[in-house]
Design a protein around this ligand. Structure first.
Ligand code: GLN
Length: 468
């Protein structure tokens, strides 16, 4: 049998075998993937080369023709889009093979994957723990060794945080680097498709393919796309890393702090220079994020009305009632909470007090980063204040859950790129991630810094559940 086809068969077998325990895939696209494997194998076209035969898992809020796209929500039922997201089109053109759609928090709202309408995803390092969210399924598909790379989405940390909880690499690009066409909107001014990889190299290869200007997304920028893979192993001596010490205080788990502090020392050994920076408005990032993200979500999610997509309640003969009952039954609790919050902060009388003020603080946050980048090439922090927590531990406490994004949300608010790289294991053998945030369009620098680190200081252990 051909090599590509046998690899894809193995991937599909592993996905099926592990899914009972991990629940990371909402659909495994066996027929499609096997057929594509044959086509790719038999095609010699030039553009089929760069990801030729590579198995990729895709988050279920990224549109794929002929495959479900549920956003982890009952309201999209078994909706099948009529078109592919631009990122998916580009993956296919580069010879990649989509093997399945991955589980997620409903509409990408969450930090633990417990908000999926289709059950919680389990962390392969400890199945009593969450994988992080909202792209938990895509993170686990990579962490459990089923695929080497997957697509997720980021609005406030949904790729970096689960990457950190699962011991893999996760990148969120500069706003405008990757087309959002076909990514179901949550908060349009913050959303980006993100990439998970077992190693930075896996991320670099996918990023080079899916980046670039897209006429279907007017917020994509016409900036050249470097050959990320060729920069990965460049010497990093002289690179300056900024440390915002004030953010290493309250709420940060001791083991995470120690591990990130040793990572800083390791970077110095690799030749990087460590400088102090300040991000004085970062303490407002969660508040600002949850105003802006909910405001935009309340508007974006108005389209799910039981007429245009997916699910509709039966037995209602009156239009208004049909809208209301469809949304009542179709959306889960967290989505409803956010629609209410967002509608509230946009309502007349509160708009200026909340929404307009949050936009002003967003500008201040952005300015903090611009100032910091006068002194450094990247800002280094923990990715998340804790390691993966127990399933159920925070699900009744939305505020505690929202704090999982304290280090990540500011990069989305400032439209800049960020990456999470594994930097150690806790005493309970749960992964810890460090985050590097960079200037606009500096994904090459971030991948270089990440790659050099992981080559020199790789995680020495594998998750308990890992595909053979
Ligand atoms: N955890 C954050 C939230 O719940 C971020 C989600 C995301 O990045 N999609 O909104």
């Amino acid at each position: 049998m051909s090599e590509i086809k046998s690899n894809i068969e193995k991937t599909l077998d592993n996905a099926e075998k592990l899914n009972g325990e991990l629940n990371s895939f909402l659909s495994i696209e066996k027929n499609y993937a096997l057929k594509r494997a044959e086509e790719v194998e038999n095609s010699s076209a030039e553009e089929q080369q760069s990801l030729r035969g590579k198995a990729i898992a895709v988050k279920d809020n990224i549109c794929t023709t002929g495959m479900q796209t549920t956003c982890g929500s009952r309201i999209l039922g078994n909706y099948q889009p009529q078109y592919d997201a631009t990122a998916v089109t580009k993956l296919k053109e580069a010879g990649a093979i989509i093997v399945g759609k991955t589980n997620m928090d409903e509409f990408a709202m969450g930090s633990s994957n417990e908000n999926s309408a289709f059950g919680t995803v389990k962390n392969p390092w400890d199945t009593e723990k969450v994988p992080g969210g909202s792209s938990g399924g895509s993170a686990v598909a990579v962490a459990s060794g089923v695929v080497r790379a997957s697509l997720g989405s980021e609005t406030g940390g949904s790729v970096r945080q689960p990457a950190s909880f699962c011991g893999i690499v996760g990148l969120k690009s500069t706003y405008g680097r990757i087309s959002r066409f076909g990514l179901v909107a949550f908060a349009s001014s913050l959303d980006q498709i993100g990439i998970f990889g077992q190693k930075s190299k896996d991320v670099a290869e996918v990023l080079a393919v899916i980046s670039g200007r897209d006429k279907n997304d007017s917020t994509t920028a016409d900036v050249s796309v470097p050959d990320y893979s060729s920069e990965l192993d460049k010497d990093i001596s002289g690179k300056k890393l900024g440390i915002p010490r004030a953010l290493f205080g309250e709420g940060l788990d001791d083991e995470v702090r120690d591990s990130v502090e040793s990572a800083i020392a390791n970077y110095e050994k690799l030749g990087a220079e460590i400088v102090d920076v300040e991000l004085p408005h970062s303490k407002y990032s969660i508040a600002v994020y949850y105003i802006i993200a909910t405001a935009e979500a309340s508007s974006n999610l108005a389209r799910f009305d039981g007429v245009r997509y997916g699910f509709r309640v039966e037995d209602t003969h009156e239009l208004r009632k049909m809208y209301m009952k469809t949304r009542e039954e179709g959306f889960g609790a967290e989505v409803k909470r956010r629609i209410m919050l967002g509608t509230y902060v946009l309502s007349s009388g509160y708009y200026d007090a909340y929404y307009a003020k949050a936009q002003k603080v967003r500008t201040l946050l952005k300015q903090d980063f611009s100032k910091a980048f006068e002194k450094c090439d990247a800002v280094l922090t923990p990715t998340s204040p804790t390691t993966a927590f127990k399933i159920g531990e925070k699900s009744d406490d939305p505020l505690a859950m929202y704090l999982s994004d304290i280090y990540t949300a500011s990069a989305n608010l400032a439209s800049i790129p960020g990456i999470s790289v594994p930097c150690g294991l806790s005493s309970e053998k749960m992964p810890i991630g460090l985050q590097l945030v960079g200037k606009p369009w500096s994904e090459d620098t971030l991948l270089n810094l990440a790659s050099v680190y992981e080559n020199e200081y790789p995680l020495k252990e594998k998750p308990q559940i890992f595909a053979e």
